[in-house]
Design a protein around this ligand. Structure first.
Ligand code: TXA
Ligand code: MG
Length: 311
């Protein structure tokens, strides 16, 4: 075995031991870093909410090692769920299903449903496989703040209170998973994310409308979320230079984030780092242009709108 493999095995063993005694572990996924706890230990799950400063009623996603484990965590699983699991897992897709008996109120905030996902990251797989249970994990950032796509972001976020981190390098996708609700009849998109809605519709052969009613308690659906300290202002590419000049005349430091025109995969991968960098450089205003809203562009536009907040 190489030194690197030994090192990874020791890190996994330590992380598993931490989960087993009710501690928190920061785990890498292909979307963003997660702040994980044993999903079946309500006291451990409560620690996640404390550290994040997140309201208790907001449900967490349970991460599982593979698609077969779906039946351990959900009940009355529709055919569509198995199809999506087979097609997109491991990967950036979360399925909301009726919860099984293993799922506690601590995880779901009392909802009768549970969000489940199989992340595509070798360290996440190694952890979930060795742990054997489910890991409840929201993004590893303080409530309302920008999600972390590097281990260093998580350290910056929590400082000395930071739990054990499994450093898996930069997240390959860079925006959170797509959430599809299959718990009540017709499928609905609750959050655009790493898997394009078009791909899900092609797999299911039905339309999957975006449910923005807010009747499900999804913090990702709050109008203001994913926000840096800088004020995010959305504008057309043709307006950027003029807005920039105007803000500078007002004495405000600006940063720009051009999401129109680029390869959406690259834009998504760099999005949250760019928001954090704007803060690090002391920008008061971040001028951002939106990508075309198809495929991954829908998730990028959704996050930028939420970072900009209600107008
Ligand atoms: O990519 C991701 O999904 C990342 C990584 C760590 O897996 N996780 C993540 O978790 O983004 P979080 O907690 O930041 O966002 C999860 C979203 C929330 O908006 C939550 O309300 C929603 O999923 N959610 C979880 N369980 C749900 C349920 N039973 N019904 C409806 N929404 C649910
Ligand atoms: Mg989050």
């Amino acid at each position: 075995m190489s030194d690197l493999e030994t090192f990874a095995e020791q890190a996994i063993a330590e992380a598993v031991a931490t989960l087993r005694r009710g501690g928190l572990v920061v785990l890498p996924t292909e979307t963003v870093y997660g702040l994980g706890a044993d999903a079946e230990n309500p006291a451990a799950v409560a620690r996640i909410f404390e550290l994040k400063g997140r309201p208790r009623a907001h449900p967490l996603i349970v991460h599982i090692a593979d698609g077969e484990a779906l039946a351990d965590w959900a009940r009355e699983i529709p055919e569509a769920a198995w199809l999506l699991a087979e097609t997109f897992w491991p990967g950036p897709l979360t399925l909301v299903l009726k919860r099984g008996p293993r799922v506690s109120d601590a995880v779901t905030g009392g909802l009768d449903t549970v969000g489940l996902r199989v992340p595509a990251h070798p360290l996440a797989y190694a952890l979930l496989h060795a742990f054997g249970g489910g890991v409840a994990a929201p993004s590893a950032n303080r409530f309302g703040a920008v999600s972390p796509t590097l281990a260093a972001h998580v350290r910056d976020e929590f400082g000395p209170a930071c739990p054990l981190i499994l450093d898996g390098g930069p997240c390959a996708v860079g925006v959170e998973s797509t959430i599809v609700d299959l718990s009540s009849g017709a499928p609905a998109l609750l959050r655009p994310g790493g898997v394009a809605r078009e791909e899900i519709e092609a797999a299911l052969r039905v339309a999957v409308p975006h449910d923005q009613s807010g009747k499900v308690r999804s913090p990702g659906q709050l109008a203001s979320h994913y926000a840096p300290r800088a004020r995010v202002v959305l504008c057309a590419p043709s307006e950027v230079a003029e807005r920039e000049a105007q803000l500078r005349r007002e004495g405000l430091a600006t940063a720009t984030l051009a999401c129109a025109g680029g390869d959406p995969r690259t834009v998504a991968r760099q999005l949250y780092s760019a928001l954090r960098e704007a803060d690090a450089r002391g920008a008061a205003v971040l001028l951002a242009t939106l990508p075309a809203e198809s495929g991954l562009g829908a998730a990028i536009a959704d996050r930028l709108r939420k970072a900009a907040g209600p107008r």
